[in-house]
Design a protein around this ligand. Structure first.
Ligand SMILES: Cc1ncc(COP(=O)(O)O)c(C=O)c1O
Length: 451
């Protein structure tokens, strides 16, 4: 096979990656036999590890029965069973499950359901969805309008209706104590201020990643934040949407990350860990009365061809069963504590690590030039790419993004599958240690050349 002219990755400029041969558990192999530890579960997707035999068997069985049944023509057993199981995992009163094929589709579904609910309730003036900056909610135009990450959104601004943003509660950058309730209230009150500034009668919803994903690098909200935004949303009749596309599915140590704060949303969305990369799958789960309201008013004007695909649902069901059978939420919590403490030890040894954060196995570290001032490394170093590439050469996959507005700063997600063991943690830390040393050597060589 010639690799000269990629056809399906035409939009991915710059580096090429090797061809994947196979993947098992936390490891992946390229066609040359080189092994990689999947330290970011792909894009925080493969939560139960690769090629789980029980999930493959469930998929095989379903494939032999049917791989597609259009939802207007048939109900299917896997879809119904997965919906019932998802409803049991979701907060009480959120029992209506709408299947989609990915995170962006789930977010689109949530905001459209919210909008139809407002119209059905005589609140047609409500259309604004407040979100945070930075945040990531998807790449389709509706979800992109909520995304707070200018490099991705700016070219499409004229095609989207601008949606209000409030700052994400990045206490560590603002020099505030995340364990102080006053900090949580300080950031949460920005939501109230924004609702009042916009006019409460125009605000439809607030969407939040309970534990942040790629855009903030696993940001954990400060104490009191999640409870306070819940109260504020209720006070103004604004629907609270939890975007658990990345944080849902057990990776933070609870099936839904918001369980850490005992806060229930009105609508939630889940995708990546839901079918853990075995098939494209996601879901929107909504309060029963919201769904009833929309159905009574004539029905939900929305839906995707692949919704509730039986093969996808059979895979999703097998993934959820595997999470339960192997108690993987507990393992993510326990191994997450170990991994986080090992990352903190690296921070003690490397002055360029300015912050380690996250919950369970949704963890990240951030590189800085000056830890006290949290001043980022010079942008031209492209540290976010360089360290990922060095780690990749060393057989360790991690995931990075620019921290400050998407233009500056470098953070790295370390989020291995929930089946990881203490040995895997040791291997990840060894790989990071080696990669950080090589990274420092490379940048001092670059600086020597420049001077
Ligand atoms: C929090 C969050 N929401 C939505 C999305 C969009 O999901 P997808 O890429 O499956 O459309 C992502 C993807 O990274 C995400 O992390």
């Amino acid at each position: 096979m010639s690799r000269a002219e990629p056809s399906h990755l035409f939009y991915q400029t710059g580096r090429r990656r090797p061809i994947l041969d196979q993947a098992r558990g936390v490891y992946m192999w390229d066609v040359d036999g080189k092994r990689y530890l999947d330290g970011s579960s792909g894009a925080m997707v493969c939560n139960i590890g690769h090629s789980n035999p029980r999930v493959l068997e469930a998929m095989r069985k379903q494939m032999e029965k049917s791989t597609f049944g259009y939802r207007l023509h048939f109900e299917t057993e896997p879809a119904e069973r997965l919906a019932a199981k998802t409803a049991l995992l979701a907060p009480e009163g959120l029992e209506k499950v709408f299947f989609v094929s990915g995170g962006s589709e789930a977010v689109e579904s949530a905001i459209k359901l919210a909008r139809q609910n407002a119209i059905a309730s005589g609140d047609a003036a409500r259309y604004k969805v407040i979100s945070r900056e930075p945040s990531y909610h998807g790449c389709t135009l509706g979800a992109l309008a909520l995304t707070g990450y200018t490099p991705l959104t700016a070219p499409f601004d004229p095609m989207m209706r601008p949606m209000p943003k409030i700052p994400a509660p990045r206490a560590y950058l603002d020099g505030l104590d995340p364990d102080d309730q006053a900090t949580g209230h300080y950031y949460a009150d920005m939501l109230e201020d924004r609702i009042l500034a916009e006019g409460p009668e125009t605000v439809l919803a607030f969407i939040v990643e309970p534990v942040g994903g790629a855009s903030t690098g696993a940001l954990v909200p400060p104490k009191g934040y999640m409870q306070r935004i819940r109260k504020i949303c209720t006070r103004y009749g604004v629907l609270l949407i939890h975007d658990e596309v990345m944080s849902g599915g057990g990776r933070t140590g609870k099936f839904f990350a918001a369980e850490h704060w005992n806060v229930d949303p009105d609508i939630l969305v889940i995708s990546k860990g839901f079918a853990a990369g075995y098939v494209p799958l996601g879901a929107m789960v909504a309060r029963n009365d919201i769904v009833a309201n929309v159905l009574d008013a004539g029905g939900f004007l929305h839906g995707f061809t692949y919704a509730g695909n039986p093969l996808a649902c059979a895979a999703g069901l097998a993934v959820l069963e595997e999470i339960e059978r192997e108690d993987l939420c507990r393992n993510a919590a326990e191994i997450g504590v170990l991994l986080k403490s090992e990352l903190k030890k690296l921070m003690d040894r490397y002055s360029i690590i300015g912050d380690v954060r996250g919950e369970g196995l949704l963890l990240a570290f951030e590189l800085v030039e000056d830890k006290a001032a949290q001043r980022p490394l010079p942008k031209e170093l492209n540290a976010f790419n360089l360290l990922v590439d060095i780690a990749y050469e060393n057989g360790l996959i991690i995931y990075s993004r620019r921290t400050r507005g998407g233009y500056n700063g470098d953070h790295f997600l370390v989020a291995p599958p929930m089946i990881s063991t203490a040995d895997h943690v040791a291997e990840i830390i060894e790989g990071l240690d080696l990669s950080l040393r090589q990274f420092l050597d490379r940048i001092s060589q670059q600086q020597a050349k420049a001077s």
